[in-house]
Design a protein around this ligand. Structure first.
Ligand code: AP5
Ligand code: ZN
Length: 216
């Protein structure tokens, strides 16, 4: 099953993607995670991506598209994937269509996690992200407190606050989402594959809504 998750920053794409891949047995492809790993390694691509991420801007399409094209060719994607954070612009969506056509596959569901802006700033300023990129678990200082302060429940690594989880940068990311990414909802709506879910409930409620929407 090939699935895209769309939603504003803080909607819970990463949180829900992790739950979905456990259920579906397919990989999570998160462009944000891939860029953060490249930043940590200090690769040229990571250094370029960081310039944009720190401002809350989108990394240029030509960089992102190349990274995803490479990733989707890997063997573990043959049984499907959950794309988290890609595509994020119409040009990225069109590039993905070409990748799918070349590999003779198609998208099954575009899950849109709907959360009003008012909820998102506090979700992101309170987010604590696991430093271990192989884990990538996200806690929250109020809604999902770690059992031991500053340590990830899943793997015990340190938790940190992402550089782009500052209020000013969050607002810029939200503006960009509405301008550049939300038009994708109509783009995929015209193909009849959009499944909108209410993302304002608890993590368990949102998970149940997604399970119902995609029938798996
Ligand atoms: P990326 O890492 O994709 O960030 P994002 O889209 O801004 O999304 P987030 O990771 O911030 O939020 P999320 O929806 O995953 O929410 P989460 O589950 O963590 O991208 C970062 C940057 O990389 C971009 O700004 C851009 O520069 C670049 N980039 C990435 N992809 C790109 C692309 N395709 N093109 C160009 N540039 C790209 O949840 C948030 C918090 O809320 C957590 O603390 C969580 O515990 C909590 N939470 C989750 N669900 C609930 C709930 N139901 N109730 C209460 N709390 C909840
Ligand atoms: Zn962890």
């Amino acid at each position: 099953m090939n699935i895209i998750l769309i939603g504003p920053p803080g909607a819970g794409k990463g949180t829900q993607a992790k739950r979905m891949i456990d259920r579906l047995g397919v990989p999570q492809i998160s462009t944000g995670d891939m860029f953060r790993a490249a930043v940590k390694e200090g690769t040229p691509m990571g250094l370029k991506a960081k310039e944009y991420m720190d401002k809350g801007a989108l990394v240029p399409d030509e960089v992102v598209i190349g990274v995803v094209d490479e990733r989707l060719k890997k063997d573990d994607c043959k049984k499907g994937y959950v794309l988290d954070g890609f595509p994020r612009s119409l040009d990225q969506a069109k590039a993905l269509d070409e990748m799918l056509a070349k590999s003779g596959s198609k998208l099954d569901h575009v899950v849109v996690i709907d959360v009003p802006d008012d909820f998102l700033v506090s979700r992101l300023t309170g987010r604590l992200t696991c430093k271990n990129s192989a884990c990538g678990n996200m806690h929250h200082i109020e809604t999902y407190k770690p059992k031991v302060a500053g340590k990830c429940d899943k793997c015990g690594s340190d938790l940190y606050t992402r550089d782009d989880d500052k209020e000013e940068t969050i607002r810029q990311r939200l503006t960009n989402y509405h301008k550049q990414t939300s038009p994708l909802i109509d783009y995929y709506g015209a193909k009849g594959i959009v499944r909108k879910v209410d993302g304002t409930g608890t993590m368990q409620q949102v998970e149940a809504a997604i399970t119902q929407a995609i029938g798996a």
